[in-house]
Design a protein around this ligand. Sequence first.
Ligand code: FMN
Length: 382
Amino acid sequence: MAGPAGPVERLAMVAAAVDPRQQSATNIATVQIDLRAPWHIGPVEVPTRLVLAPMAGVSVQAFRRQGRRYGAGLVCSEMVSCAGIEHRNERTLGYLRVAADEHPLAIQLFGSDPGAMADAARMVEAVGADIVDLNFGCPVKKVTRTGAGATLLENRELAPRIVESVAEAVDVPVTVKLRRGLENSSRACLDLGPRLVEAGAASLTLHPRSAVQMYPGEADHSLTAELVSLVDVPIVASGDVTSHAKARAVLEATGAAAVMVGRGAQGNPWALREIVDGGRGEPSREEVAAELVVFIREAVRELGERRASSFLKKFYGWYLGRGRFPRPFKQELVQLDSTEEVERRLFAAAPRASVLVEQLEAEVPSGGEMTLELPVSIYGGG
Ligand SMILES: Cc1cc2nc3c(=O)[nH]c(=O)nc-3n(C[C@H](O)[C@H](O)[C@H](O)COP(=O)(O)O)c2cc1C
C-alpha cells in the first residue's frame, strides 16, 4: 500500500503532517490523493479513505449512521466485551445491533482468551458485521488488568494466537487496532504488526500513542509509515486527523490506505465531509440544531429515554460548542430532564431547523435492522 513518496520523503512529510506550521515547507498541496477512492479490506470494499473511529460511550448506531451519511467509508462499533457476549449480558448484546444503512461496519471485540474471542466473533459475524475488529490498544486499567486491550501489544505469543483463532472461526475479514506499545518510547507495534498479519489480520489500524500516554501529546505517524513498509495489508492511520489537509498529509506521508477520525467527529459530522471533500466545514445554526435533533431521536430509539438522556449530555457540548451557540444555552440543555424538552429548546433557538429535520428524516431510512433473537429490554423498549 505504499504511496508515491519514498521512505525518506515520507518521514519528512510526516513531520509536516504532525506540525501544521511546517506544511508550507513541503509540497503537500501537489500530492494527488483522492479521499473518495475506494479500497479493500479482504473482499470488503470501503468506498472512501475515511474510517470513523470506534469510541466507547460514543460510537452508537446513531453516530455510525450519521458518519456514513457524511462520508465515512467504514464505521466501527465501540469495543464490545467478549466475556459479556459469552455470558449473554443484555447490555453487551445490545451493542450487536446492525442497521441496513451502516454497511460496511466493523464490530470491535476485546478480550484475551482465544477460544472465547472466536466464539464472540462468530456471533458478530452472525449479526451481520462485515469485519471483526480486535482491540489490542485500550489503555484503561479495567481492560488491561484482564490481559486484554493494550496489554496484548507486548504479548508476542498470545496476541497472534487470538488473531489466528478468530480468523479461523469466521469468514469475514479480521482486523486489529493497535497503539504503539505500553510505554512512551515503545515500538512494540512494529514487532507485533507483521506477526498479526501472518496470523491472519487483513488490515491493521495504528494509533501511534502509547498506552501510558493515553491522549495528550501528538500521535507519532512516523511509526505508521514504518508499519506500512513492514506489511502488505492496508494500514489505517489513527490520531489527530481533523481536516482535509491533515488527512492528505498523513496519507501521503505514511502510505496508509485510509485515515481514522475519532474526536474530530464528536458532535461534528461536518468535519467528516470536509475531510473527505475539502471545502466548507462549518454548518449553519439550523443545520446544527437539525442534526442534533435527529441524533437525539435516534439515540432515544436505540437506548431508551432514560439511558439516552444521560448518554446525550456530552453531545450537547460537542454540537453546540465551537462558537455555534452561546455557552449558557448548552448549560441550560444539560439541566433538562427530558429529551423532548431539549428538542423544544433547540427549535426555539433555531426555528427553521424543524424543516431540515423533516427533510433529513425523509431522506434517512429507518428500517431494515438485523438483530439476533434478543429480549426486547435490550433495546430500551424502543
Ligand atoms: C472517548 C473515546 C473512546 C474510545 N474508545 C475506543 C474503543 O472503544 N476502541 C478503540 O479501539 N479505540 C478507542 N478510542 C481511540 C480512538 O479510536 C482513536 O484511536 C483515538 O481517539 C485517536 O484518534 P483521534 O485523534 O482522531 O481522536 C477511543 C477514544 C476516545 C476519545
